[in-house]
Design a protein around this ligand. Sequence first.
Ligand SMILES: Nc1ncnc2c1ncn2[C@@H]1O[C@H](COP(=O)(O)OP(=O)(O)OP(=O)(O)O)[C@@H](O)[C@H]1O
Ligand SMILES: [Mg+2]
Length: 348
Amino acid sequence: MRTLHQGSNGHMLSTESQGGESQVWPEPSASFVLTPQLEELVERALSYLRAGYPINLAGPAGTGKTTLALHLAARLRQPVTLIHGDDEFGSSDLVGNDHGYRKSKLIDNFIHSVVKTEETMKTLWTDNRLTTACRFGHVLIYDEFTRSRPEANNVLLSVLGERLLNLPKKCNGGDGYLEVHAAFRAIFTSNPQEYAGVHKSQDALLDRLVTIYMDHYGRDTEVAITASSGGVSTEMAEKIIDLVHFFRKRDPSGQHPSIRAAIMIARVLACQGLTCDPANPVVLSTCRDVLHVGNPCGRAKHAPPLVDLQPTLQALWGPVQDRASHAWTAAPASAGALCPGSAEEVLV
Ligand SMILES: Nc1ncnc2c1ncn2[C@@H]1O[C@H](COP(=O)(O)OP(=O)(O)OP(=O)(O)O)[C@@H](O)[C@H]1O
Ligand SMILES: [Mg+2]
């Protein structure tokens, strides 16, 4: 049976069960935007992966790392193993563990006056995701790997260096090492160290990875992504990106808001059938909420308060265009087409 799942970043993951084993295949997404900037990035990353090197897509939140990782895995046409970094991880969460015992008892009564009993206890081992990926040659996507503590990731050093997975807990069964499958590839993603909940990775692991530093894409790419993922016209996407850039420039780190905010504004307005009209209170409140404008707890601490948002929008977007709708309305009948990317499961 094949199950298709669409993630909020537009990627399709197809899960196939065969003989009790389930495999996940990422499928190229129609909404994935490939501008010249992205094509260059994709080819560069694929060249490292095809040469057998693991890559680390490193950068601030919302710069397209996970989406790119899934696209690269789809281009490699191999099953994928997904792991999300977690502070609670120990190495057994990556490689596997004993989960019980099998007890067997042999009663030998061949000579009726002699009874020989032999009892053996064997531990039962279950592979975890890293072991499965190494054994079957999957593409490992280890998303936000620096959210796991460095000691949990130590096991990756020999996988990426000697291409041997060390399974010390399996030593007794004579199976303490697993040779990594030749097709095994690894894509890591990570946020900057100063982010909350992110650990500093060990230098030895970083030394084994080709790190591609990612920043926000250029304007043309961000406009194309907003139009595609937000379901709006290029002209409307341009206006929304100009607004996002206005606030990003004012952010002390220069990182917020990300493309996610642009996609959110685009989708919400598209679902309401609205355009970029600075006079429309729904447009104003959507921008205020998504961009945290005037919210002292929000990211854009230096953004103008609410009263200043309308002149800002007017300056960026030009004259008022649409006075038709001045209140929250139900989504139009065609909203399904205008609100792409909602997670859903489709059986095929
Ligand atoms: N090439 C692309 N085509 C279409 N949409 C894209 C593309 N790149 C990024 N996006 C969209 O931008 C948004 C942010 O991307 P993504 O989740 O990959 O960022 P990230 O860098 O992994 O962020 P975080 O560090 O917070 O996990 C997603 O909604 C995604 O769909
Ligand atoms: Mg991500």
